[in-house]
Design a protein around this ligand. Structure first.
Ligand SMILES: [Zn+2]
Length: 417
């Protein structure tokens, strides 16, 4: 990622600072609590920040004055206890541009706080997929959305289906688009963002960032979906081709020393298995992705339809069709071996599956849990929950998180310049 990954709510740190800084340093933690739905009322915020009601009142007033949240003074509740003001993100507040490149298309959306996408647009890949032209198409589409909106645009972020190094932001193994390895995608994207016209309401020198899509999907699930409240969240996903993984620890993405951690796709789950692009056989990539499921059912992908859609249809037919069920079970067993290896190494408290893996989980939930438990040191006594992803367009929502990140750290920066 181009700018620093995430800084989790740090009310503890904020409280330890000297008094003059406290009001300002509580703004970020307070905005995060409203943004992630953990503070729907001022009393929940007071509890979440562990401050007095007066302090919480001052902090919410400042966030409201910045145009970031609304404070409804009609008391909420009606249940027991003292009624409290309702807090929500301001529906007319600023936005960021979130974008995602897929193997077969481009998605771009404006996004407010609270993971709210505004009318995402999905376009086919342009004919020319060289880095500059593809990134220009993304930046220009985002600029058009921002210029047509009445809301102020604060930043842009892009999710990519390939590993992205940190801190320099180069793309490795961008096989979907045949980009040369080491393409400086963060710099190229920043140049295209600088050149596009985001309209009169956008911040000058609009910041931009890029990151891997599985990492961003994990961030989205952790803040707004199936990973909420987990402390060590493992996400494993199979989109169009191959398998991605990501780990969020205490609200922060674990990206390794150079942004390349959690490349789970090359875990070996069958030494005699199908060939993988890396040169080995039986990687999680080549054993549990959409093509692998179709192959396990003896099917050849129809080139006229996205392979993920064909595989999902097959997985969903498992309840009625014995051949589909046996293919799902074959692939689930391999996915279970991969997840068990990851559980033994990482000890997550929740696993979120998305893409095709979500359908495999739905097709054979008990079987997957059993394979994982049988291979885990601690699995038989305390199974790690394996749950389906919940966030629609998680890559886009995660890209929005990345673009929002500097402002979640320092909400006053939304008013700067
Ligand atoms: Zn491999």
């Amino acid at each position: 990622m181009q700018h620093s990954p995430t800084s989790p709510t740090s009310a503890h740190e904020a409280r330890r600072r000297p008094a003059p800084d406290r009001g300002r340093t509580l703004l970020g933690p307070a905005l995060r609590l409203v943004h992630t739905g953990q503070a729907p009322t001022r009393s929940a915020l007071t509890g979440g920040l562990e401050v007095t009601r007066a302090t919480a009142g001052a902090v919410t007033a400042e966030l409201e004055a910045l145009g970031l949240i609304t404070v409804d003074s009609r008391p909420a509740g009606g249940g027991r206890g003292r009624p409290s003001h309702r807090l929500a993100v301001d529906p007319n507040g600023p936005v960021v541009v979130a974008a995602q490149l897929h193997a077969d298309g481009v998605s771009v959306s404006l996004a407010g706080l609270a993971g709210r996408l505004v009318d995402p647009v999905h376009l086919p890949l342009p004919a020319a997929t060289d880095p500059v032209r593809l990134l220009r198409a993304v930046a220009e589409t985002g600029a058009r959305l921002a210029a047509d909106s009445s809301r102020r645009c604060l930043g842009v972020a892009l999710a990519l289906p390939n590993p992205v190094t940190e801190p320099d932001g180069t793309a490795l193994a961008a096989l979907h688009f045949a980009w040369p390895s080491g393409t400086p995608v963060a710099d190229l994207f920043a140049a295209e963002v600088a050149r596009a016209d985001f309209g009169p309401r956008a911040l000058p020198d609009l910041p931009s960032a890029v990151a891997n899509d599985a990492n961003l999907a994990a961030l989205a699930e952790h803040r707004h979906g199936a990973g909420r409240d987990s402390r060590h969240l493992l996400l494993v996903t199979s989109g169009h081709r191959g398998v991605g993984g990501a780990l969020v620890i205490d609200g922060r993405l674990h990206t390794g020393s150079a942004g390349l951690a959690l490349e789970v796709g090359h875990l070996t789950v069958d030494p005699q298995g199908r060939p993988c692009a890396c040169g080995n056989r039986g990687c999680l990539n080549s054993e549990t992705d959409p093509e692998a499921l179709l192959a396990a059912a003896g099917r050849t992908p129809d080139p006229a339809r996205p392979v993920l859609a064909q595989a999902r249809d097959l997985a969903r037919a498992a309840a009625q069709n014995p051949a589909a069920r046996s293919a799902v079970e074959h692939v689930v067993d391999r996915l279970g071996l991969g997840l068990a290896g990851l559980v033994n190494i990482l000890n997550p408290d929740r696993i979120v599956l998305s893409g095709l893996h979500l359908d495999l989980l739905a097709g054979a939930p008990d079987r997957l849990a059993t394979v994982v438990a049988d291979r885990c040191l601690w699995g038989r006594s305390g199974r790690v929950p394996i749950v389906p992803a919940q966030v629609h367009h998680a890559g886009l929502v995660g890209a929005a998180e990345l673009a929002w990140e500097p402002y979640l750290d320092d909400p006053q920066a939304t008013a700067a310049r």
